[in-house]
Ligand binder design. Structure first.
Ligand code: TXA
Ligand code: MG
Length: 315
């Protein structure tokens, strides 16, 4: 367990350097431990999905340390600001319309036009974010489909040495994940019940909150809950070669492609390029085709994502 570090200034600075250099840091928040990376580093974000063994690209929560930062990131209206002032730092997460169009953010947002943000109520988390100088994207620091960790030891037991540093902040106070609300429309929609009670939110807003049918952690049918970005143009998957004037996205040893997700066949590199390449292809305007992706490791998540993108074209 020599990747578990006690909390002191030196170790927080060290962890911030790990984040800046594209590594993974597990850190305490008031809810559960998060598995953090620089939100603007798609390779680091791909490593989060790989370490967790997530079979699909769920959008991840960006953790920020200052409300002011929100304006550069998302559409912030009076309602968002009021909620942030009242409940942040704290276990409340907002899904907002995205302003920051930096393609480096695409993987963290799972290709959506929304960003998911919260300010954790934990000194260590806040210092780590400030010292890193970027939002830290972090799902719970556990293997996919397992229980969220509330101690550093839980993180170690689930992820072991896949994490560069685990900051040991003791037991998380709240112990359940944050409440997630969707603020992109006129209504406020609850996507996940969590650390802030629905009643408290309704009392503050003076309006009823709609309950989304389903749990974002347990989608009853893929794609039902998360409205995924799909290219506007025809999108053919498992394509062994280009047909006609298609925009061809290759993988591995593929000649004659417009872009290659990873010449060396590295699935992490492919995942980190996926969304950005799909954007470029879509902007190009031709029909799109993509090489087969091996269905292992991050390939599962890549295939899940591209199947959904291609499926839309069949209906
Ligand atoms: O308390 C927490 O929220 C912890 C700590 C580390 O901050 N984080 C956490 O993240 O629980 P995660 O990734 O394990 O769970 C976030 C959930 C995922 O199931 C994801 O699908 C959903 O939130 N989610 C995120 N953005 C969404 C969006 N735009 N629309 C629908 N669901 C979203
Ligand atoms: Mg989780």
């Amino acid at each position: 367990m020599n990747n578990i570090f006690e909390i002191n200034d030196e170790n927080i600075s060290k962890a911030a350097d790990v984040i800046k250099n594209g590594g993974l840091v597990a850190f305490p928040t008031e809810t559960v431990y998060g598995l953090g990376a620089n939100v603007y580093d798609p390779k680091a974000v791909a490593n989060i999905y790989a370490a967790k063994g997530r079979p699909s690209f769920n959008p991840l929560i960006s953790h920020i340390a200052e409300i002011d930062f929100l304006k550069t990131y998302a559409v912030v209206d009076e309602r968002v600001l009021a909620l942030a002032k009242r409940f942040w730092p704290g276990p409340l997460t907002f899904v907002l319309k995205r302003i920051d169009e930096n393609p480096a953010l695409d993987l963290a947002c799972a290709g959506l036009r929304t960003v998911t943000v919260r300010m954790p109520n934990h000194q260590v988390a806040l210092e780590l974010i400030k010292k890193s100088g970027v939002p830290i994207v972090a799902p719970s620091a556990n293997k996919s489909q397992t229980i969220s960790p509330t101690t550093a030891r839980h993180v170690y037991e689930s992820l072991g040495e896949k994490v560069d540093m685990i900051l040991d902040g003791g037991q998380c106070k709240v112990g359940v994940e944050s409440t997630i609300i969707d603020l992109t429309g006129k209504d406020v929609v609850l996507l996940r019940a969590g650390g802030i009670a629905l009643e408290d939110l309704e009392a503050f807003l003076g309006q009823k909150i709609l309950i989304s049918h389903g749990n974002p952690d347990l989608p009853s049918s893929p794609g039902q809950l998360l409205k995924h970005y799909a290219p506007a143009h025809d999108f053919r998957i498992n394509a062994v070669s280009r047909e006609g004037d298609e925009f061809f996205i290759g993988f591995g040893d593929v000649k004659d492609c417009d872009l290659n997700l990873s010449v060396s066949g590295d699935l992490c590199e492919a995942a980190s390029n996926l969304f950005a390449f799909m954007r470029i292809a879509d902007e190009d305007g031709r029909k799109i085709a993509m090489s087969p992706i091996p269905n292992e490791g991050l390939g599962l998540a890549i295939n899940d994502r591209i199947r959904r993108a291609a499926y839309k074209k069949l209906v």
